[in-house]
Design a protein. Structure first.
Length: 121
């Protein structure tokens, strides 16, 4: 576990969580702050969006949200450029998993599955 998150690559949708749309890409690692003083447990990378889970059970997302893939609800922006709390706290156990696809996300904890995003195909 670590309190640091380093990101690089495309940031065209804000998926690096660094709030910098001036440059679409970062070719060198850039420190992306984890909200609060949380310890990072896991990260999942999707098609233009990123999810992170922290030891307190909180989930955060950044990036594309045009299909609701961050789980933030219909009133949220289609691009989220900073780590934003996903309104679902996970019960942390040995079986916490997060996963991200092109325009959807899965959250698994304590024998419960949450899904967000497109249901196409």
């Amino acid at each position: 576990m670590n309190e640091e998150l380093w990101c690089w690559g495309s940031n065209s949708h804000g998926q690096l969580g660094i709030e910098d749309f001036n440059s679409d890409e970062s070719h060198v690692p850039v420190k992306s702050g984890i909200p609060g003083s949380s310890m990072l447990l896991d990260a999942a990378l999707g098609g233009g969006h990123t999810l992170i889970s922290c030891e307190e059970g909180y989930l955060y997302g950044a990036g594309r949200n045009d299909q609701g893939q961050l789980g933030l609800g219909p009133e949220s922006s289609s691009k989220v450029s900073s780590w934003t709390l996903i309104p679902r706290k996970l019960l942390i156990s040995d079986s916490v998993r997060i996963s991200a696809g092109w325009d959807f996300s899965y959250f698994y904890s304590n024998h419960e599955i949450g899904v967000a995003g497109s249901n196409a195909f």
